[in-house]
Ligand binder design. Structure first.
Ligand code: GLY
Ligand code: MN
Ligand code: MN
Length: 465
């Protein structure tokens, strides 16, 4: 049975949505479909994040309807013993009202007949745009049925609006219930990283053949032992030069002494993602060249942590990290001062881009790259234009989001060194990223993923144990 939840938190969220629908609005929120993998096997089912945020309900084939008077209706799978024998317990509409704090519940098979009647005499119908394949056509079909009843006096909604605009803003600020789950997800993932580090050192000490997938298995073990349902995204376990491939997956490459391993992996716990990256020496000892670059990335991450506080902008941690990385690139000879000039010059020209080509942060929540605007809503009209120094394109820029307590973002600077003209050979094929999950607090930020060490000396000490 997967449906027992504390309904009050979801009831409050539904009430918050209802209050934003306008006097005669109505909102429709489907959960995710089951997806075939091959022949008659499906991918492991994952609910839709918006739907779960408003219900706490994980079964497939369900829709939530919220009316502006605050009444909510659920359509869900009916109780059917012949199906439950094969696919498991269903809550069913009769129990759903009490268990989920919903006002009315019906079998999902009644959606087509009931929904057009529910849309009658409403002025705005809200649903998540561009999230669910075919939803626009289904809504159009229901509106068509409403219109067919106009000669009986039924009014048809005149407007369709994007419910994501409402829900994204709500989800951007995590409430205490969500913060608690995210802290626990971060703790499980941190233990998994520590386990993989220690397993790597142990296997190489014992002279065993160690592959990336062995370390992936260590991560999965700890995720599941901690109660996580599944990884929040495909784990990256990248040995040696593979670390320079940003979206590498855990594959079969040998993990060798003297090389680094980059692991980017986080569990999903009760619908919430964690997202941690650690880079460590496979055998537990950094070489001098690895350590030199590692310390730069670590310092850049610390700069991004210091820049993450209420009132700062979303871009501030990135800008702080880039400044430290660029200084390090100049100090180590990755960038040639005679060619790129000062730190400011290299930032302005984006000369650092071959070694650091991604952003430092993204929102984190139910989705690993969580929803929420990266721009400050009150300043969308403050547009400046700038010529991109690399592409030559004119790009429009708007002020980035002001950070507020309850927002959660990753801090994940890195350095990726591919061989190239003038690139010192001792750094070739080194890829390093360090990633933690930061909850913005009243005072600054709380790192929810620091149960695994990040300083080079502490990683070496852990791997000696
Ligand atoms: N693991 C995905 C990311 O770091 O963005
Ligand atoms: Mn990330
Ligand atoms: Mn990551």
């Amino acid at each position: 049975m997967n449906s027992v939840v504390t309904p009050s938190v979801y009831m409050q969220r539904r009430a918050q949505v209802a209050a934003q629908l306008g006097p005669d609005g109505i909102a429709l929120v489907p959960t995710a479909p089951e997806r075939p993998r091959n022949r008659d096997s499906d991918y492991l089912y994952r609910h839709d994040s918006y739907f779960y945020y408003l219900t706490g309900f994980k079964e497939p084939n369900a829709w939530l309807v919220i009316a502006s008077d605050g009444k909510s209706t659920l359509f869900c799978q009916p109780k059917e013993i012949e199906h439950e024998i094969w696919t498991g317990y269903r809550l069913g509409p009769e129990a759903a009202t009490g268990a989920l704090g919903i006002d009315a519940a019906h079998a999902a098979t009644e959606l087509e007949t009931r929904l057009p009647r529910m849309l009658e005499n409403r002025d705005i119908v809200w649903f998540p745009f561009a999230v669910h394949d075919g939803i626009e056509a289904r809504v159009a079909g229901w509106l068509d049925k409403v219109r067919a009843r106009s000669r009986f006096g039924a009014l048809c909604p005149e407007q369709q609006r994007d419910l994501c605009m409402v829900l994204d803003e709500m989800r951007l600020v995590k409430d205490p219930h969500e913060q608690d789950i995210m802290r626990r997800a971060g703790a499980i993932s941190a233990r998994a990283h520590a386990r993989a580090m220690q397993a790597s050192a142990r296997a190489l000490r014992e002279g065993r053949d160690l592959r990336e997938y062995h370390l992936d298995a260590e991560l999965l073990h700890e995720f599941r032992m901690g109660g996580s349902q599944y990884p929040a995204y495909a784990s990256i376990v990248a040995a040696g030069a593979n670390a320079c491939v940003l979206h590498y997956a855990a594959d079969a490459a040998p993990v060798k002494a003297g090389e680094l391993v980059l692991i980017d992996a986080g569990c999903e716990l009760d619908g919430y993602a964690s997202d941690i990256t650690r880079t460590f020496p496979a055998d537990g000892r950094f070489t001098p060249a690895q350590r030199e670059l590692y310390d730069i990335v670590h310092a850049s991450q610390e700069a991004s942590v210091a820049a993450t506080k209420p009132g700062a902008r979303f871009d501030d941690p990135h800008d702080a990290a880039v400044r430290v990385l660029v200084q390090g690139m100049l100090d180590t000879g990755l960038l040639d001062r005679d060619k790129v000039g000062t730190v400011d010059d290299a930032i302005e020209s984006r000369a650092y881009f071959p070694f650091y080509m991604h952003r430092t942060s993204h929102w984190l929540g139910m989705d690993v790259h969580d929803c929420g605007s990266y721009l400050e809503p009150a300043q969308l009209n403050d547009v400046t234009e700038r010529k991109d120094p690399l592409s030559g394109e004119i790009v429009k820029r708007r002020p980035s989001r002001v950070l507020r307590p309850g927002m959660v973002l990753t801090l994940e600077p890195g350095l990726y060194v591919r061989p190239g003209p003038g690139v010192p050979e001792r750094f070739h094929h080194i890829g390093i990223r360090i990633e933690d999950d930061a909850l913005v607090t009243e005072a600054g930020c709380e790192l929810m993923s620091r149960g695994v060490p990040v300083a080079a000396d502490e990683i070496e000490a852990l791997m000696r144990e």
